[in-house]
Design a protein around this ligand. Structure first.
Ligand SMILES: [Zn+2]
Length: 389
């Protein structure tokens, strides 16, 4: 779909403006002038994109459209249930999930999708409230939720739950499944930079990183899957990359990209995890992002552009700790000079292996950044010992 942009007119613009007005981001237009994508509409779209962790470009493409469509729903405005095969999606579902999470029910991640786990949590809540446990949220269940108010305040039950699940599985890397996702590929090269007679593409560089990472992790006893080969026929959409990781039952998902910017001075590494501006976050995703970011900065000297919460499909739909790393700007001569050096790429890979290992150390036994010797890890596995140090 072609993005709807500033200057456009028509019924689609009327619809967009309607949703933005409902969210109090835009005053309602004078009658007859509500189909104009004017400057105020663009500002409102940008504010909306910012609030949802979407790329802020002031246009309504497919991703922003889906988010707007889901944003119409307020909790209580419709009955929620587990629909098959197309689940209900919306802000009302997210509100319900956050509410259940606060009360200690296990809905997984508040991803705005009314799936099996949400339905099961609702049924459990209904049973405990003496209601018919049908797993759907209609007027009676809503009433019970309202009467109950907020029982648990200030805690981060999701954080505790996810960390516990990781701790219980122990510190060994052997047998874990890590899915590595080299970004782009096929018809989509990602960032492309002609450098003298050479042409560097993001898709080639990140695939090289992915295969190095595959080798290192496999040597530590990890089962590794890549989402694509070096030259796929077409580019796999992010939704399908997430589904692939879910279907493989991955323990960790790492997406690799390089960044690009019109300004050649933009440089550095940034890591993204799932989360929204109102504080909902994948705690383990956030932890993994922090570890990856710190290890890369410590071991490579790339500028620290920090970690950020995003609601991108790739991070939202994956059910395991998932991060996307932008390892340097291909458009920066300084970063590019390092990235095209295979030894430098090995250092990035070591940093990521160390971060994955630290994910499985209990928090209180964690080690200082930059201190894990990845080759010792491999030796320990080779010697048949469990990789714990
Ligand atoms: Zn990219």
């Amino acid at each position: 779909m072609r993005p709807i942009r500033p200057g456009d007119r028509g019924p689609a613009v009327t619809e967009i403006r309607g949703v933005l007005t409902g969210l109090d981001l835009l005053p309602s237009a004078p009658t007859g002038d509500d189909d104009d994508f004017d400057a105020a509409t663009e500002r409102a779209v940008r504010a909306f994109q910012q609030s949802r962790g979407l790329s802020v470009d002031g246009r309504v493409g497919a991703e922003t459209w889906r988010a707007l469509d889901a944003a119409r729903w307020r909790l209580g405005a419709r009955t929620l249930y587990h629909a098959v095969p197309e689940p209900l999606i919306g802000e009302d579902v997210r509100s319900l999930q956050e509410r259940l999470l606060e009360m200690g029910y296990d809905v997984g991640r508040a991803d705005a999708i009314y799936g099996v786990r949400t339905s099961r949590a609702v049924a459990q809540f209904q049973r405990e409230m003496g209601l018919k446990p049908d797993g759907s949220c209609g007027p009676y269940t809503m009433g019970a939720l309202r009467r109950l108010g907020r029982k648990v305040v200030g805690g981060r039950p999701q954080w505790l739950r996810e960390s516990d699940a990781i701790r219980q599985t122990g510190p060994a890397l052997v047998g874990r499944i890590v899915v590595i996702d080299p970004g782009h590929g096929g018809t989509d090269p990602g960032v492309v930079v002609p450098d003298g007679p050479l042409r560097w593409t993001e898709s080639d560089l990140v695939h090289d990183l992915a295969s190095r990472l595959e080798g290192r992790l496999a040597a530590s006893g990890v089962r590794v899957q890549l989402t694509r080969g070096p030259a796929p026929g077409s580019c796999l959409p992010d939704v399908e990359r997430a589904q692939l990781a879910n279907s493989l039952g991955a323990d960790v998902f790492i997406s690799l990209h390089t960044d690009g910017h019109a300004n050649p001075e933009a440089e550095g590494v940034a890591t993204y995890h799932y989360g929204t501006d109102n504080g909902v976050t994948s705690a383990t995703g956030e932890r993994l992002a922090g570890l990856v970011q710190r290890e890369i900065v410590a071991r490579t000297g790339l500028r620290d552009c920090r970690t950020h919460a995003k609601t991108w499909d790739l991070l939202r739909l994956t059910r395991m700790p998932a991060v996307r790393v932008e390892v340097g700007y291909l458009t920066s001569p300084a970063d590019r000079g390092r990235l095209i050096d295979p030894c430098f790429r090995d250092r990035i890979v070591e940093a990521i292996v160390a971060a994955v290992q630290r994910m499985y150390f209990p928090v209180e036994r964690d080690v200082p950044t930059g201190s894990i010797d990845v080759s010792e890890l491999r030796a320990a596995v080779a010697a048949g010992r469990v990789a714990t140090a």
